[in-house]
Design a protein around this ligand. Structure first.
Ligand SMILES: Cc1cc2nc3c(=O)[nH]c(=O)nc-3n(C[C@H](O)[C@H](O)[C@H](O)COP(=O)(O)OP(=O)(O)OC[C@H]3O[C@@H](n4cnc5c(N)ncnc54)[C@H](O)[C@@H]3O)c2cc1C
Length: 388
């Protein structure tokens, strides 16, 4: 091996800094979030004091450079944070995910120096962000969006509605996509940086969901919303590129959310298997139960390797598109199965709200839907296979 070659290491070997970071997020999630998970799910409301703690702990600006108020960390650290939070509450995981891996990430890559110095310190310190692409008529076919941006010289006027926007109830900042030149099709799609107070902007109805209930998902209403020209992110007509590339990275974090969730389900199932007695012994003594736990652990490890590999590739500046699609596709399958099996290990009580696994089962469903459905991930993987 030459001196310039890097010794390949096992994907799960963490640096000292990563280990410390992982341990601190794990402790925070267990001590500060776990006691409130049930209450937040019931109320469909994420506690403001916990969001404030996310900021105080530096979890909302992981990759933002220190001189702009962030932690100067890596994408891989974002993945570790989302995994650890999601093992306790996947709603916590998605809040931190959208902020770091999508919104901050897009600004770090495409914002001007002025935009960065204006917005990144706020995003690291106290302002929650949303990513607004989807609409009622455009989900998987995201660039068929109907929201329009009219060029008025020093500003744009945006009109339309966005749907399903995570974090929107609490967000102060929105990375929003609108078409500034509909005749050009997807080449008219443009990214805008929108402050909640901009005239003509409004957060609409909040969805009442099956799972991930504490994470807000809202409609956005733009009625001649006035956005200064300097708030265009990247070039006019290049929003499709920003949307695709940020989602490619965000997908890895959804994989992390799903492996965290699955690990949470396995931990609950293992603890219950040790404690619950039938036929005079703990159910974990029965090979039938042991095998279910062993299969869950194996699938979670396989999913984790996909997620960590995609994240490490991204940090290394290597191509990761297919790996990210595989990570998201497989992790969401594994999470749904693990949560379902965890309920079975619990027997009847697993279905009740007295135990945490029914919530994880509800929370798992979204993994196959947002940031590109499982079919869309499979299309991405198949395109690579077929050389398209
Ligand atoms: C809780 C939640 C949070 C969300 N957060 C955000 C957010 O923060 N920002 C945002 O912009 N969006 C967000 N979304 C929207 C999400 O990304 C979309 O719901 C998702 O992309 C799917 O779009 P759709 O719901 O319109 O389904 P559709 O696109 O209508 O899909 C319906 C079905 O058809 C299948 N399908 C569609 N096209 C194809 C095809 N070409 N080949 C094979 N199958 C296909 C899909 O796989 C799916 O099974 C969120 C959604 C939810 C539910």
């Amino acid at each position: 091996m030459t001196a310039t070659e890097v010794q390949p290491a096992a994907l799960t070997i963490l640096t000292e800094e990563e280990k410390l970071f992982q341990a601190s997020v794990r402790r925070f999630a267990r001590e500060q979030i776990a006691p409130h998970v049930r209450e937040m799910d019931d109320a469909s409301l994420f506690r403001k004091d916990i969001i404030r703690q996310f900021f105080e702990l530096g979890l909302m600006g992981i990759e933002i450079p220190e001189e702009l108020g962030g932690q100067g960390g890596s994408f891989f650290q974002c993945i570790l944070a989302v995994e650890e939070l999601s093992a306790v509450d996947p709603s916590a995981g998605v809040i931190v995910d959208v902020q770091n891996t999508i919104c901050n990430n897009a600004l770090l890559r495409w914002a001007t120096t002025e935009q960065k110095s204006k917005y990144l310190p706020q995003l690291a310190a106290n302002t929650l962000a949303s990513y607004a692409l989807s609409e009622a008529g455009s989900g998987s076919d995201a660039f068929a969006m109907a929201t329009r941006a009219e060029d008025c010289g020093d500003h744009y006027l945006l009109t339309g509605r966005k749907l399903w926007i995570t974090n929107a109830a609490e967000a102060g900042f929105f990375l929003l996509f609108a078409n500034a030149n509909p005749e050009a099709g997807y080449k008219g799609v443009t990214a805008f940086l929108i402050e909640r107070e901009f005239p003509g902007f409004q957060v609409g109805k909040k969805e009442d969901k099956l799972g991930l209930r504490a994470s807000s998902t809202c409609e956005l209403i733009l009625d001649n919303c006035r956005v200064p020209r300097e708030n265009v992110l990247g070039d006019v007509g290049k929003g499709y590129k920003i949307a695709i590339e940020t989602l490619n990275e965000g997908r890895i974090a959804i994989g992390a959310q799903m492996i965290g969730l699955a690990r949470g389900a396995l931990d609950h199932a293992t603890a219950y298997a040790k404690e619950r007695k039938q036929f005079g012994k703990a159910i974990g003594e029965f090979q039938g139960v042991q095998f279910e736990l062993a299969k869950m652990a194996t699938e979670i490890e396989a999913a984790r390797l996909l997620v960590y590999n995609a994240a490490r590739l991204r940090d290394a500046g290597m191509p990761f598109l297919t790996e990210a699609a595989m990570a998201k596709y497989y992790s969401s399958e594994v999470a749904e199965k693990a949560a379902s099996k965890a309920i079975e290990v619990h027997g009847g009580v697993g279905i009740t709200k007295d135990y945490p696994v029914e919530k994880l089962y509800r929370d798992a469903k979204i993994g196959r839907i947002y940031e590109g459905t499982s079919n869309i991930q499979l299309l991405t993987i198949a395109k690579k296979l077929l050389g398209k």
